[in-house]
Design a protein around this ligand. Structure first.
Ligand SMILES: [Zn+2]
Length: 387
């Protein structure tokens, strides 16, 4: 999901609430297609009733996903029935789903020859991401790691810079994990790095012609909180502005990213912000209906081509749509990057697969593979001297 703030911040992070929570018995209900009136009703519910956690916001002709504890499930069902909203159970027991998603942090012990902990069979930790990019940097003269600041809790925010393309080559920025519980996002961002670097021989033109800047985990405190403290992937740290966690200091990470991004010259040709979980490939602007960058035609074309390639890999059914068509949301980072002049900006909402945010780890590699197919299309099309 994208950040929805309604305030003047360029984009905002959400930190988790500091309370342990057990999600046993929690259910996620998914609605049928919604009419505009039903959308309004659900949005009112979302902003007025903190018992319910919207995993997917209501939007016309779409479905909403709503989580409720067992205690409030009857009230939720009554609300849906009252508004003639069809629904079915998407996740029977969120607590159980979390246990499936949540495996212990990967460890080199299982493979003594591994150069880093991170593997894509399990969800890594923030330390694993940093170790991975440090290792990539130590092995390649054209790779380096830049610290762009610390999180509220003091975690190092690190960007991997792959600058083999050299001065003046088009820059590409990859941001992932700004929403803590969207675990698949950092996993796919790091998978992309692995493919670019460790499979270089299969496609040298990408690293040779572009410079890549990758922030694998844009919200490290929230990420770590969501995966350990609360033993859950669904802490109260959603994409919506109606939940606890907005504090003035939660903006530090955003400020770090903004300051770093402003140093990139030329302005990134392509900026990709990984989120989940809606099987969408969003393009700007998202702050209002019918508001687009001047070059929206080429943005849409490239996005649609990328999605075609993605869907062909594993038979997924991603769609490329304008962010505001999902729901208008002011203050999302993709709009910010587009407003700075990044030519192509996309927010992939990675796989749902019926699991929402608690995507089991066996889907990491298929997700990485299909997104890589999208990368190839995008990079081939914007390759210098090929236009
Ligand atoms: Zn999100």
């Amino acid at each position: 999901m994208r950040v929805q703030t309604g305030v003047s911040f360029l984009f905002a992070l959400v930190l988790a609430c500091q309370a342990k929570k057990d999600y046993s018995g929690y259910q996620v209900l998914t609605t049928g297609k919604l009419s505009p009136v039903q959308v309004d009703a659900l949005r009112n519910l979302q902003t007025s009733d903190e018992r319910f956690d919207f995993w997917k916001e209501a939007h016309p002709d779409g479905a909403a996903d709503v989580m409720s504890s067992a205690d409030h499930l009857t009230a939720l069902k009554e609300f849906l029935t009252k508004h003639n909203i069809d629904y079915s159970v998407k996740i029977q027991d969120v607590g159980e789903a979390i246990q499936i998603s949540e495996k212990p942090s990967p460890t080199k012990k299982s493979n003594p020859n591994a150069r880093y902990n991170l593997n894509w069979d399990e969800y890594g930790s923030h330390d694993d991401f940093n170790e991975f990019i440090e290792e990539i940097a130590s092995q390649n003269s054209w790779a380096s790691v830049r610290s762009i600041g610390k999180s509220v809790e003091g975690r190092d925010m690190k960007v991997l810079e792959l600058t083999k393309g050299g001065s003046g080559a088009p820059n590409i920025f990859i941001e992932a994990g700004i929403h803590a519980r969207e675990w698949i996002a950092p996993a796919v961002a790091t998978y992309t790095v692995k493919e670019l670097v460790e499979n270089y021989d299969s496609h040298p033109e990408y690293l040779d012609n572009f410079n890549f800047y990758v922030l694998p985990c844009a919200n490290p405190d929230g990420y770590e909180y969501s995966r350990s403290t609360v033993k859950s992937g669904v802490s109260d740290s959603p994409c919506s502005d109606v939940f606890c966690g907005y504090t003035p200091t939660s903006e530090i990470e955003s400020q770090n990213i903004k300051a770093f991004y402003s140093t990139l010259s030329p302005v990134p040709e392509l900026t990709v912000c990984f989120h989940s979980a809606a099987n969408l490939w969003l393009y700007p602007y998202g702050y209002a209906y019918d508001s687009y960058p001047d070059n929206v035609d080429e943005i849409r074309r490239l996005g649609e081509d990328a999605v075609d390639a993605l869907n062909a890999v594993n038979g997924q059914s991603f769609e490329c749509i304008n962010s505001a068509e999902l729901y208008p949301a002011a203050g999302a980072s993709d709009d910010y990057y587009a407003s700075l002049g990044s030519r192509f900006v996309y927010t992939p909402e990675l796989r749902d697969n019926g699991f929402g945010f608690v995507l089991p780890p066996e889907y990491i590699i298929p997700s990485g593979e299909e997104v890589w197919a999208a990368w190839k299309v995008m990079l081939d099309k914007i390759m210098p001297n090929k236009e």
